[in-house]
Design a protein around this ligand. Structure first.
Ligand code: DGT
Ligand code: CA
Ligand code: CA
Ligand code: ZN
Length: 587
């Protein structure tokens, strides 16, 4: 059974491969797929349950796309996509990810130099062959080499940005859960731990009939190449060269298996040593009693715990350790002392404080719709922070902001239980200056200040810039601290201790941005902020009604940084939060 997610994945792949095929991201077809994707993302039900006619009635979906969606639902695959995959195999298509290398160049490289994958591209760079192509020179070679380095495509152990791995993993888990013999499924490994880049995706499935799960895996439309497939494990490569390991286990082993395959390896080793001290063995089948040294049969038979991770931790005398913390950096000692109970959880979140609407040039949903989904999420407060005027393409001037305020306050009337704040995402310029004049800025109910430019200054200069923004009395929080885009742009360099000290001193909150492309501040910075007593705020930075799920990724990143609930300002109830905001405005 296909879901909306499958359809979005199909459209994404069509967009990628059609862009390659037509050598343009602006062709009629690519734009049609792009509009269709937006429509599917906006549709709240399962798009695959609609008839073609109903689909076409939605804004953005044309006849050709609707019929492809139906083909996917009916046959599990789309002919057009299959043909494109033959023309542009995974290893070739994945080179589209290299910044600055467009479809024309990729195809010329293939035609003239027989370059079909990254390894061959690197060899050609080494031999200075790229400069022999039309409109390419030594400078372009240097640029490509640097881009490969930056996005982690150089070196043997290439890693995939979490934003590229997560949707696929979530979609597969969702699909496996629908199989009749499956009782549970979860993605494990570095992805579940919220690493920023992923070596491969590991999925563990609990089934009364593991072999049938393996059959279902091999049938998936994402499979470009099977690496290996046995009775309990199948590994395959996707069209972008990402490896997926799927393991199927009996339900009684599920907890032990997910614990093992979530890792980290160091965390597993520490748990195993703890088990040994109690006379037990810990492996992917369970926590087991070690057979007597002189027993004839050394196969362990007596099970202490195996079905759930909780039961295993409990038997080992530990509270449950959330996956993002399992990096062997003191979490076992903390769980032993019972110190993890105040850790931030998704259910603690009471509001979103970085949130865009159509008022921002890159915002895609109306104020009313954006407010409605926040209300549906049960938020007690919401700061609408559209871009300030200095963000030339996307921002609003003072006059437009005042009109925007009118609209927000009007919509407030429809939502008596949720406090709406008229906010702004202030742009931090190269020297730490901010949008508007001081008096106008001071009028906002709430602000987040962020870096959107000048990524290449020295660490000293960047630190001065940030501290100047933090010291400004109109700033309540700092958004996506470094401006990084994982796997694409490194983000500004900072003397982080100085920045954290300034945040603490001026009582400004540090954002954990839940967009998988950002996850900024990063978990290691969060952990240092926690130690220093810096206030935190977890935001979605939504630009569309479909992006509220980012809150979960933000919370998981906060867990990876060991953030306690009380230090995160958007876990506070409405009165306490508003009192804090008011205190900022009176000083
Ligand atoms: P990755 O894929 O490089 O981003 O990182 P992981 O952590 O997902 O590593 P992966 O895929 O090689 O293995 C998944 C988990 O399986 C790993 O986190 C812990 C467990 N595991 C794998 N090999 C070993 C091992 O030799 N010993 C132990 N104790 N655990 C292992
Ligand atoms: Ca992995
Ligand atoms: Ca693996
Ligand atoms: Zn934003």
């Amino acid at each position: 059974m296909a879901s909306s997610r499958d359809v979005i994945a199909m459209l994404n792949e069509l967009i990628l491969l059609t862009t390659l095929d037509e050598e343009s991201s602006q062709s009629f077809k690519v734009r049609a797929y792009d509009n269709a994707r937006l429509a599917v993302e906006s549709y709240t039900g399962n798009i695959t349950e609609l008839s073609e006619k109903e689909m076409i009635a939605l804004k953005g979906i044309g006849k050709a796309t609707a019929s492809m969606i139906h083909e996917l639902v009916d046959t599990g695959t789309v002919n057009k996509l299959e043909n494109l995959r033959v023309e542009y195999p995974p290893a070739f298509a994945e080179m589209s990810r290299i910044p600055g290398v467009g479809p024309k160049t990729l195809k010329a490289m293939r035609r003239e130099l027989n370059i079909n994958n990254v390894a061959q591209l690197k060899a050609a760079l080494d031999m200075q062959q790229i400069r022999t192509l039309d409109r390419m020179g030594a400078k372009s070679e240097d640029k490509i080499a640097k881009a490969l380095e930056r996005i982690g495509m150089s070196g043997k152990d290439r890693r995939t940005p979490i934003a590229d791995a997560m949707p696929l993993a979530e979609r597969l888990v969702e699909a496996f859960l629908e199989l009749p013999t499956v009782t549970d499924a979860v993605f494990c490994g570095s992805l579940r731990r919220m690493s920023e880049t992923i070596g491969d995706i590991d999925i563990t499935v609990a089934s009364t009939n593991p072999v049938s799960v393996m059959e279902a895996v091999r049938e998936r439309s994402e499979v470009a190449e099977i690496v290996l497939s046995g009775d309990t494990k199948t590994s395959f490569l996707t069209n972008t060269g990402l490896q997926v390991d799927v393991r199927a286990v009996l339900p009684k082993h599920f907890g032990a298996a997910t614990l093992y395959f979530t890792g980290s390896k160091q965390h597993n080793i520490a748990l195993r040593q703890r088990a040994l001290k109690k006379g037990w063995l810990l492996n992917e089948y369970g926590l087991l009693v070690k057979p007597d040294q002189d027993a004839e049969d050394q196969t362990p038979t007596e099970v202490v715990a195996a079905k759930t991770e909780e039961s295993i931790y409990q038997a080992l005398g530990l509270g449950f350790i959330p996956a993002p913390m399992r990096e062997s950096t003191g979490e076992i000692e903390a769980a032993e002392k019972g110190n993890l109970s105040d850790l931030i959880q998704l259910s603690d979140i009471k509001g979103d404080l970085h949130y865009h609407t159509e008022q921002s040039g890159d915002g895609r949903s109306s104020v009313a719709d954006m407010v409605q989904v926040a209300a549906d999420a049960g938020h007690a407060y919401l700061a609408i922070t559209d871009h300030g005027e200095d963000l030339a393409i996307n921002g609003s001037n003072a006059e437009e902001m005042l009109a925007h305020r009118e609209l927000i306050y009007k919509i407030q009337g429809d939502h008596p239980d949720m406090k709406l704040l008229w906010g702004c995402e202030l742009n931090i310029d190269g020297n730490g200056g901010l949008d508007y004049d001081d008096d106008f800025r001071a009028m906002f109910d709430y602000t987040v200040a962020s870096v959107h430019s000048h990524y290449d200054q020295s660490a000293t200069k960047q630190t001065e810039r940030l501290v100047a923004a933090i010291a400004d009395p109109t700033v309540d929080s700092i958004g996506h601290l470094t401006g990084r885009k994982i796997g694409h742009r490194p983000g500004i360099e900072l003397e982080i201790d100085i920045v954290l000290e300034a945040l603490k001193h001026f009582d400004v909150a540090l954002e954990i941005n839940g967009s998988l492309n950002r996850l900024d501040a990063a978990a290691d910075v969060v952990r240092r902020a926690v130690d220093r007593g810096v206030k935190l705020v977890i935001n979605t930075d939504s630009h569309h009604t479909s992006e509220l799920g980012r809150m979960e990724y933000g919370v998981l990143t906060a867990q990876r940084g060991w953030a306690p609930k009380d230090q995160v300002i958007n876990t506070w109830d409405q009165d306490r939060f508003l009192a804090w905001v008011a205190s900022h405005r009176s000083t």
